[in-house]
Each structure stands twice: as C-alpha cells, then as structure tokens.
Design a protein around this ligand. Structure first.
Ligand SMILES: [Mg+2]
Length: 285
C-alpha cells in the first residue's frame, strides 16, 4: 500500500479502530502522552475501539484494568487477545472438549477453558493439542512438558511468534523465542500461530467488534501493519512505539501503512492529502 490522503477525519472514515496497546496507548508502565484524550475524542465523534493485543499472558479483564489505569475506559469485552484467537483457532484443529496442554499464563488458560477445552498441565495426560504463549514465570519444566507433547504428535498452536518483548531494559525473549526452543528440541514447527501478523487475531477482533470498515492502528511494521496488509485492511502507523521514521522509510511494500502519524491525535483530523505529504515528512522530524 502507499500512503493516502483523506478529506475527513479518520475517526469518521472508519467505524472501528483495532488498536494495538503497547507503544500506542502505553509504553511499558507509562501512558503514551495524549493517547487517552485522543481515544475519548474519537469515541465522542462516533468511532468504536477494540483493543487488540498479542499479549496472551493477561486475561481481557486484566488488560481492561490496565487500560483504566492509563485513563482509557474499557470493558473486558472490548479487549481481544492472542490467547482468545488461539483458542478459536484450536476449535478448527481439534475436537470440541479435547484435552489441551496450556503452556503460558492465566490469560491463555482462561481463554482455552472458555473455548470448552479441558486444560491439562502434563504431557502424560495425552493432550490432543498444545497451546503455547509467553508468561514471565514460565519454567524449564513447562517447556519440557510442551516438548514431550509436541514430540508425541499433539497439534501445536502458538499465541504469537514475536521474537522479542520491548521493555525499559531492552528487548527480552518473546514467545517466538520460546517456540523456537521447543522447535529446536523437537524438529517440528507450530501448526499455526494466532497473533499478528497472522490473521486469526484480526479476524477475531473484526468478528467480536462487528467492524464494517476497520482501521488497524499500531506501532510495529512487522506485526500490526504487515498483518493489516495481509487481510487488505487499512492501517495507521503511530510513531509512539518501536518504529521510527528511518525504519518506516526502509519498510518493504508489505509493511507499509496506509497512514502515518506521530500519535493517536491523527484520528481526529483529516489526513494530509497527497499534495500535503511533503509537509507531513517535515512534521516527522
Ligand atoms: Mg505495539
């Protein structure tokens, strides 16, 4: 996609913003300045929001509580996690009610149970599937159970394949790194991944929000923007997270957003039309 202009504010052109969280609404523990105000103003103008995250460790209620802390009112129903999308994906791969080994946090356990599966914690329970997500307290024993079940032939679904998790101290190993560990040990690769840029999470967010004309909003080119492009959805890249202007200019076609802006305030104004792009570039310094 190439950047486009709009004559109307984006919050009127699109009915639902499928909003990424880290790097968009908050950065680690800190709120992104102006994000809560921009979301409130866009809501007042009629735009709805689904909060869409690759983080599978937290439950939707915990994510909603986090949003409230940074001044963004949200219910658990407004939050769509990669854990929920992974559970939906599992339903297409194994029979209803099957035993599923969950390697991950509370968010993944709850989503898997809510999808009607019998959550187990040991490969000895002969699970039909393994669902693997990041959690900060995962131990070797958890990964060992995962490897045993994968080696025994269980269907293997990853919540997401992010190599890293950005933190204030730097990039920490993400779920993709933990999946790679199990892949290295077993010689298999996951059968499916739910999170961005794969389409399962996007589909879940569109279905749950009832979006007719969604706009994906995020800070990462290789997850948010590439995911939007894969499903033909327009996207807005904000520069409040991991992507800077230099990385954006170097992006290959499949990772180019429809719109680019410094922050979520861009939802409230007409996007510069094509003849205004020079002005926009200067604005990005
Ligand atoms: Mg992000």
């Amino acid at each position: 996609m190439t950047p486009r202009g709009s004559r109307e504010p984006l919050c009127r052109m699109y009915d639902v913003a499928l909003l990424d969280l880290d790097g968009v609404v908050y950065r680690g523990e800190e709120p992104v300045p102006g994000a809560a105000e921009a979301i409130a103003a866009a809501r007042a103008a009629g735009m709805r929001f689904a909060f869409v995250t690759n983080n599978a460790a937290r439950t939707p209620a915990a994510v909603a509580a986090r949003l409230a802390e940074v001044g963004v009112p949200a219910g658990a129903d407004d939050v769509v996690t990669a854990a929920q999308a992974a559970a939906t994906l599992l339903r297409t791969l194994v029979p209803a009610g099957a035993r599923v080994l969950v390697t991950g946090g509370e968010g993944l356990r709850v989503a898997t149970a809510e999808a009607g599966f019998a959550v187990v914690a040991s490969a000895d329970d002969a699970p039909a599937a393994v669902v693997q997500g990041y959690a900060p307290d995962l131990a070797y024993a958890d990964l060992a159970e995962t490897a045993l079940a994968v080696r025994a032939g269980a269907v293997w679904v990853a919540s997401n394949l992010d190599a890293t998790i950005p933190t204030a101290r730097g990039e920490l190993p993400g779920n993709g790194a933990l999946v790679a560990l199990v892949a290295h040990a077993t010689g298999r690769r996951p059968d499916a991944s739910a999170g961005k840029p794969e389409r399962a999470l996007h589909d879940e967010a569109v279905r749950r929000s009832g979006a007719v004309r969604p706009l994906v909003v995020g800070d990462r080119l290789d997850t948010d923007i590439e995911g939007a492009n894969r499903v033909g959805c327009d996207s807005l890249l904000v520069l409040t997270g991991v992507t800077d202007a230099a990385a954006l200019l170097a992006a290959p076609p499949e990772r180019r957003p429809t719109y680019v802006a410094r922050d979520l305030g861009a939802l409230l104004v007409p996007y510069p039309p094509d003849d205004g792009l020079d002005e926009l570039r200067l604005d990005l310094r």
